[in-house]
Design a protein around this ligand. Structure first.
Ligand SMILES: Nc1nc2c(c(CN[C@H]3C=C[C@H](O)[C@@H]3O)cn2[C@@H]2O[C@H](COP(=O)(O)O)[C@@H](O)[C@H]2O)c(=O)[nH]1
Length: 298
């Protein structure tokens, strides 16, 4: 069974046995009929997308190596956009990293291996004693060791045009990319490289969704996912969710619901993901608490 199908099978089992989350198939049908899925894009202001392919690929792999921390994001100092409005946690990290790369170029493998928390915190506009920043620095040092003396595009080339193979390589090559059962950041890497036009993959549509905390939240707000009262109250009260059964049921049911949505609509799961995630940026979704788990995976 392929890397991504193993993830789908495991999530289908969790969804079947789930006690705290269920998929409302009626709502899913209505959702499938109503959706107007936009093609995914990467925002060129908030991401570093203009430069030689190796530089852009290096920026995106560096970004996705620290594309986590949603459980800490309410404690992060958010960047503001031109209108003075705070941007989200992800965009705070992506945009500050993009500006640094535009001004100083991408970090070399040796610089990644030597990454210090205080240096990274200054670049991302955060306090040096914020525990998420020490995890980010650890993740970048691990990326530098994983790359060794290779270019990023050489690692991509080793996947021989397969997004699944690249995702498996990342998920098994770095502990902070593992994310057993979901491989969220390992799978978003080929998607982001393809969106940026710096790599091509024949099997991109084989990817599952990138199981974070926003896609399940959008599905819940739209009635596709229904949480048991205990879980709903916990999340609606803004309480941190420990990693474990409830958290895995949320992510697995979201992934499985998108497998079903993809079958009904013919839209690839990776495309559904980016559409749902960008839909989740809207105030009506952001106004309600989503689950917050302090994880190095999303
Ligand atoms: N499922 C899914 N999860 C995604 C992304 C992205 C960004 N992808 C870019 C690439 C293409 C698009 O144009 C996006 O701009 C971040 N995340 C996750 O969100 C969480 C933070 O959310 P918030 O608190 O709102 O910043 C955090 O766990 C982070 O890991 C995605 O695409 N799909």
């Amino acid at each position: 069974m392929s890397f991504c199908d193993e993830i789908r099978a495991a999530c289908a089992r969790i969804a079947r046995d789930a006690e705290a989350v269920r998929i409302d198939l009626g709502a899913l049908e209505r959702f499938a009929a109503a959706e107007d899925v936009a093609e995914p894009t990467l925002d060129p202001e908030r991401h570093h997308l203009d430069g030689p392919p190796e530089e852009i690929a290096r920026y995106l792999l560096t970004l996705d190596a620290i594309n986590f921390g949603s459980g800490w994001f309410p404690t992060l100092a958010k960047r503001t956009d031109a209108t003075g409005r705070a941007v989200s946690g992800y965009f705070t990290v992506a945009w500050n990293l993009a500006d640094h790369h535009r001004a100083h170029g991408a970090w070399t493998n040796a610089q990644l291996r030597a990454m210090r928390t205080d240096e990274l915190a200054a670049i991302l506009g955060q306090r040096a004693d914020h525990e998420l920043l020490s995890l980010y620095a650890q993740a970048l040092r691990e990326l530098g060791r994983f790359l060794g003396d290779r270019d990023v595009l050489a690692v991509v080339a080793d996947a021989r045009g397969s997004a699944e193979r690249l995702a498996r390589t990342l998920a098994t090559g770095m502990t902070l990319f593992a994310d057993p059962g979901f491989a969220k950041r390992a799978q978003i890497v080929p998607n982001d490289l393809a969106l940026a036009g710096v790599a091509g993959f024949a099997d991109l549509d084989r990817l599952t969704i990138f199981a974070d905390n926003l896609v399940p939240h959008v599905l819940r707000r739209d009635g596709v996912l229904v949480y048991a009262p205990g879980l709903a109250e916990w999340i609606d009260a803004g309480r941190l969710l420990p990693s474990g059964r409830w958290e895995r049921e949320i992510r697995a049911c979201a992934l499985h619901a998108c497998v079903l949505l993809s079958r009904r609509t013919g839209v690839p799961e990776r495309t559904l993901d980016t559409w749902l995630w960008q839909r989740g940026q809207a105030p009506e979704y952001k106004a309600h608490p989503r689950h917050r788990c302090r994880s190095v995976y999303y």
